[in-house]
Design a protein. Structure first.
Length: 161
C-alpha cells in the first residue's frame, strides 16, 4: 500500500462519506422509531448492515497505511503531528481527521439514543403483554444483559375472563 498523503486523504474522504451516510441512517432510524414505521426500520437496518463492512474495511486500510509507513509506532496522531505545515495536504488531513472523530462521536451518541428508545418500546410491549396475559407467577428470568425476560406461568388469560 502506498503511504503518500494523497492515499491517506482518499482513505479519510471515503471514511467521511461512509460516516456521513451512517449518521443520516441513524437519524432516519430515530424518526422511524418515533413513527413506529416497521418498513422503514427494516430498510434502514439492511442499509446499515451493508455499510458497516465498508467502514470496517476503510478502518483496516488506514491501519495498514500506518503500519507500512515510517511513523508506524505512533499511528494517525504521530503521522499528523509530523506532517509539515507547508505540505499541501497536512491541513486538510488534520481537518478530515478531526471531522472523522467528531462524526464517530455523533454516530455513537445517536446509536445509543436509538438503542435506548428501542429498549423503552420493548418495555412498553412487555407491559402490554403482562396486562393482556396477567402477571407472571414464576420467578423472573434475566438475560445476559440484565433485562427481565418473559416466560413462566401466567395467572390468567385475558380472553378467559
Amino acid at each position: 500500500m502506498s503511504t503518500t498523503p494523497q492515499t491517506l486523504c482518499e482513505l479519510f474522504r471515503a471514511t467521511l462519506d461512509g460516516l456521513r451516510e451512517m449518521h443520516g441512517l441513524l437519524q432516519q432510524e430515530s424518526v422511524a422509531l418515533g413513527g413506529r414505521d416497521a418498513a422503514a426500520l427494516e430498510r434502514i437496518a439492511l442499509t446499515k448492515q451493508e455499510l458497516v463492512p465498508i467502514l470496517d474495511r476503510l478502518a483496516a486500510e488506514q491501519r495498514r497505511f500506518f503500519a507500512a509507513g515510517p511513523e508506524q509506532a505512533g499511528g494517525i496522531e504521530a503521522y499528523l503531528a509530523s506532517a509539515k505545515p507547508e505540505a499541501g495536504m497536512a491541513g486538510a488531513l488534520r481537518a478530515d481527521w478531526r471531522e472523522i472523530l467528531r462524526l464517530l462521536a455523533v454516530c455513537k451518541h445517536q446509536n445509543e439514543e436509538n438503542g435506548a428508545y428501542i429498549g423503552l418500546l420493548r418495555r412498553h410491549v412487555e407491559n402490554a403483554l403482562d396486562i393482556l396475559h396477567g402477571p407472571v407467577q414464576a420467578e423472573a428470568t434475566y438475560g445476559r444483559d440484565g433485562v427481565k425476560r418473559r416466560g413462566g406461568v401466567h395467572s390468567r388469560r385475558f380472553y378467559a375472563v
